[in-house]
Design a protein. Structure first.
Length: 111
């Protein structure tokens, strides 16, 4: 695994998401999302169309895309609400000190 710094802990309030400077190996941006003290990292692009999920609403362990309302489970990447039918890649994330680290090279799901 190869963790890189995505942002600081204080950069993301609980219930919010942030577009990070990190990209997947295929060049797609990665977002981090926070639910209380739980952190998630996801490809920052809805699987329905190229809309950043970091601009969506975080509710519990789900994010809702603002354009058409698709929802994704951040623990699995699977859609839980239409119109999206395909999952989005999710990535390992951990907090070390004040830093949020993401491994963009090792997706946690098979997408
Ligand atoms: S672009 Fe995200 S639901 Fe349509």
């Amino acid at each position: 695994m190869s963790f890189e710094r995505a942002c600081g802990v204080d950069d993301v309030k609980p219930g919010e998401a942030l577009a990070t400077p990190l990209d997947t190996p295929s060049g797609v941006p990665v977002a981090v999302l926070r639910d209380g003290d739980d952190w998630y990292a996801v490809q920052d692009e809805c699987s329905h169309a190229a809309i950043p999920l970091s601009e969506g609403d975080v509710e519990g362990c789900e994010v809702e895309c603002w354009l058409h309302g698709s929802r994704f489970d951040l623990r699995t990447g699977k859609p839980t609400g239409l119109p999206a039918t395909e999952p989005v890649p999710i990535f390992p994330v951990k907090v070390e000190g004040d830093d949020v680290l993401v491994d963009v090279t090792t997706p946690l799901n098979d997408v």
